[in-house]
Write a protein that binds this ligand. Sequence first.
Ligand SMILES: [Fe+2]
Ligand SMILES: [Fe+2]
Length: 185
Amino acid sequence: MRPTKELVIEHEAVLTVLQILDEISLRITEGNDININDLETLLDVMKVFVDRCHHGKEEKILFTALESAGIPREGGPVGVMLYEHDNGRRYISGMREAFERVKEGDKQAFKTFAANASDYTALMYAHIDKENNILYQMAETHLSDPMKIKLAQDFSSLQARETGNGSYEKYFKVIEQLKANYLKG
Ligand SMILES: [Fe+2]
Ligand SMILES: [Fe+2]
């Protein structure tokens, strides 16, 4: 499989996570009860699967390969992607902090959670679109075949390291389960 294809497949799963998060935020705004365990699961998916694993593959492996192919890390499209990853991390921290306050009984913190969630999903929809349509195309054009083979190998070691053995596939299943519970059709 082309290494960018693997990242595009992960994007599909991330898009589902964003839709679930939007649905949960809507339920919060409408004053409905929220399943705390599902929120905990979703936060883990965002931190481990989306950030450490997917963004890890991009930052530590793909962007480094692009740099060695002459595409600078600072400025340009890679610089923008790095900046957006950092913003995403801030929103995930914001959601996590609000969630901890909710667990301590502060129901008002749900609003802070929903505000961070909405900023996060808006950022990530646009981010994924740019990567699928611009950055990954650049990678396919600029990276040599041996580099692509090395990329695929490095991706697989990183995902085992960041998610734990066998857990990578489990994340896809967890996302599908949440999708079945929260999204219709
Ligand atoms: Fe990214
Ligand atoms: Fe990405």
